[in-house]
Ligand binder design. Structure first.
Ligand code: BTN
Length: 275
């Protein structure tokens, strides 16, 4: 895999875009890093961000030894098959807007994967991307503040690209899949990465430029959680209800079973209940 997008210059000094390079203005176009093995691309991107790395800096890895997932989980990161990468973002938004930014990025990933592969993808709120109900993409966004504002956001994305069924550990086999497993053919990881960076950048710009309506409308259409019965665990109690909407901050709106009151959920674990 050659994920380096520092393009060669032609005789006039203009960058030449090789096949498979991202069609982006700033994501993945700076001083990127690629590692054969790293603990976690998110940890490395946070280090770079703390030492001043510019917006769009990309850290990729062939394998992670401590790949990190949401809610303190691990992310299965074997070598050579998948994509593991993190982006440094410096959005000029208030911290409360982070959830909608993360939703926009997840939608950008799903839209790019759909356009490249033609596969039917769904999003499980907030950011799991599923094919045939099996998880193929996970996103972990981490924010650091400077005073009352956002210093940086690291957006970490793991995509199961060419993982084979036999590569999945027993506990993930009933839950996870890959583009290869879903389509029956392998995919070029650099092409997937380039397309995904374009998709993420497109939606990111809509949010930071104050135009979230299109992203929200497309997210609601792609979101398998809306209209589903869900179970919520907030660490204290378990509640059930019907997911009815995503609000303008990216939170899930649930009509609770029993009294029918509306609950707005902005974090935590949401399970789709099979009926
Ligand atoms: C989830 O739990 O669904 C989020 C998984 C995020 C995994 C990616 S892989 C690249 C980046 N580095 C990490 O350690 N985690 C994210």
């Amino acid at each position: 895999m050659n994920p380096h997008f520092d393009f060669p210059r032609n005789k006039d000094g203009f960058p030449e875009r090789p096949d498979g390079a991202p069609n982006t203005a700033f994501l993945g176009r700076g001083a990127n890093e690629h590692h054969q093995t790293i603990d976690s691309t998110n940890l490395r991107a946070k280090e770079l961000a703390r030492s001043g790395a510019p917006e769009g800096t990309l850290v990729t890895a062939e394998a992670q030894t401590s790949g990190r997932g949401r809610l303190g989980r691990a992310w299965h990161s074997p070598p050579g098959r998948n994509l593991y990468f993190s982006l440094v973002l410096r959005p000029n938004i208030s911290p409360e807007r982070l959830p909608i930014l993360t939703l926009a990025a997840g939608l950008g990933v799903a839209e790019a994967l759909r356009d490249i592969t033609g596969l039917g993808l769904e999003i499980k709120w907030p950011n799991d991307i599923l094919i045939n109900k099996m998880k193929v993409v996970g996103i972990l966004s981490e924010m650091e503040m400077l005073g009352a504002g956002v210093s940086f956001v690291v957006l970490g994305i793991g995509i199961n690209v060419n993982l084979e069924q036999g590569d999945l550990p027993e506990e993930l086999a009933p839950l996870a899949a890959s583009l290869l497993i879903a389509s029956g053919r392998p995919w070029d990881r650099v092409e997937i990465l380039a397309g995904v960076l374009s998709g993420v950048e497109h939606n990111y710009l809509e949010i930071i430029q104050g135009r979230p309506q299109g992203v929200l409308a497309r997210y609601r259409r792609a979101c398998a959680t809306i209209g589903s019965k869900v179970r919520l665990a907030d660490g204290v109690q378990i509640l059930e209800g019907l997911a009815v909407d995503i609000d303008e901050n990216g939170a899930l709106v649930v009509e609770l079973s029993g009294d029918g009151s509306l609950l707005t959920v902005s974090a935590g674990e949401v399970t789709l209940v099979k009926e």
